[in-house]
Design a protein around this ligand. Structure first.
Ligand code: ACO
Length: 346
């Protein structure tokens, strides 16, 4: 066993507070059906989605991320007795997972949040791992905190304004996406056990073209004088992603259980990436896991990519649906293609 693993097991990386930000503009399936050739019945039966929240044109990912981060800090303040400002100064790291950064490449959206919070002591970076970004970010935060004895706290955020890269002419994708942000505060508490127990991260870059935004990057930059038919938008091969996702979800659940040597009965809740309720149902059926074990809020928010898992965690936490000591499993998959899962003692 490496020193890294041994050290990791002597410390607990606990989630001590959660938050979220959801744009107020709620657009139901029926609202969409007035503009696009679709129906509430089709969207619900194919995805489980009933509505999505759409950010106004002045709102970017960093705005939602900052609002979610502020909620986290005020919840943490109630617990620790510190002020939100003191908590912001105590942050050592801000990791922000997004597929829709405010700016491509520079600066990172995390740096904009760091400035907004005046978290002057925090390093800040973005993670690009599609809808698995929050799962990747949690593991990266724990790895960073564990290597530095003086480092104690990290903010991990998932934030998306996906509707800005949505092709509204493509009914097979535009009905699926929504906007929002979720965030958690991770603290290295020194408890002997608990917190983030185990993570699995994976990728299959051969599937890169299954979810892709082709324009605007260094491969295909916009050129002076060019007239574009559509803005820079996400293309998705829904069938390919569906097949990948069911395998990724079942494989990751099985691997997490096997590596931790536990059974599914010991897991209080599985919090999957909210991309399509049918993917979760298919995976649950294959593994014989009851549907109630999975927490789904896709009906209200649609697919918010990297934000979907932290939004779900915040809902569960605020509604008192998870309690201290519960074993929580997150499972995600998305652009890259990427996949992964965390096992967390709450
Ligand atoms: N309303 C009405 N009809 C529609 C719509 C719509 N919004 N969209 C497609 N249809 C029609 C199609 O035209 C097609 O009609 P046809 O048979 O006459 O040609 C029919 O419905 C079936 O279309 P499919 O694309 O085959 O539908 P499918 O059952 O595969 O469902 C879906 C599509 C929901 C996209 C599914 O493939 C899926 O969920 N895939 C996974 C997507 C995913 O999980 N993405 C996550 C990552 S996204 C990210 O990372 C940001």
């Amino acid at each position: 066993m490496s020193i890294f693993v041994m050290e990791r097991h002597r410390m607990a990386f606990e989630i001590i507070a959660t938050g979220k930000a959801i744009p107020p503009n709620r657009v139901s399936n029926d609202d969409l059906a007035q503009r696009i050739d679709t129906s509430d019945e089709w969207i619900r039966s194919h995805s489980g989605i009933g509505a999505r929240h759409i950010a106004d044109e002045n709102t970017a990912s960093s705005d939602l991320a900052l609002a979610a981060a502020r909620q986290v800090l005020s919840q943490a303040a109630e617990k620790t007795g510190e002020t939100p400002e003191e908590l912001a100064l105590s942050l050592d790291l801000i990791i922000l997972a997004t597929a829709t950064p405010d700016y491509y490449g520079s600066p990172s959206t995390a740096c904009l949040v760091q400035a907004g919070l005046e978290a002057k002591n925090a390093a800040a970076l973005d993670v690009t791992a599609g809808c698995s970004g929050f799962i990747y970010g949690l593991e990266m935060a724990a790895g960073y905190l564990c290597r530095r004895s003086e480092r104690k706290r990290a903010l991990v955020i998932g934030s998306e304004v996906l509707t800005r890269v949505t092709n509204w002419e493509d009914r097979s994708t535009c009905v699926l996406f929504g906007d929002g942000a979720g965030a958690v505060l991770v603290e290295q508490t020194g408890a002997a056990a608990g917190g983030l127990l185990r993570t699995i991260l994976g990728a299959d870059g051969a599937g890169a073209e299954s979810i892709i935004n082709r324009r605007g990057g260094s491969r295909a930059p916009f050129k002076a004088g060019e007239t574009v038919k559509t803005p820079s938008v996400l293309e998705m091969d829904g069938r390919a992603v569906y097949n990948f996702a069911v395998k990724a979800v079942t494989g990751t659940i099985e691997k997490l259980l096997a590596e931790e040597n536990i059974t599914i009965d010991q897991v209080a809740r599985i919090v999957p990436h909210q991309a399509n309720a049918r993917i979760v149902q298919a995976a649950g059926k294959r593994l014989g896991i009851p549907e109630e074990k999975f927490f789904l809020n896709i009906e209200e928010y649609a697919n918010t990519s990297a934000a979907s898992i932290p939004i779900a965690l915040d809902e569960l936490n605020r509604d008192g649906k998870i309690k201290k000591g519960d074993l929580i499993m997150t499972i995600g998959f998305g652009a890259g293609l990427t996949y992964g899962g965390n096992l967390i003692v709450w």
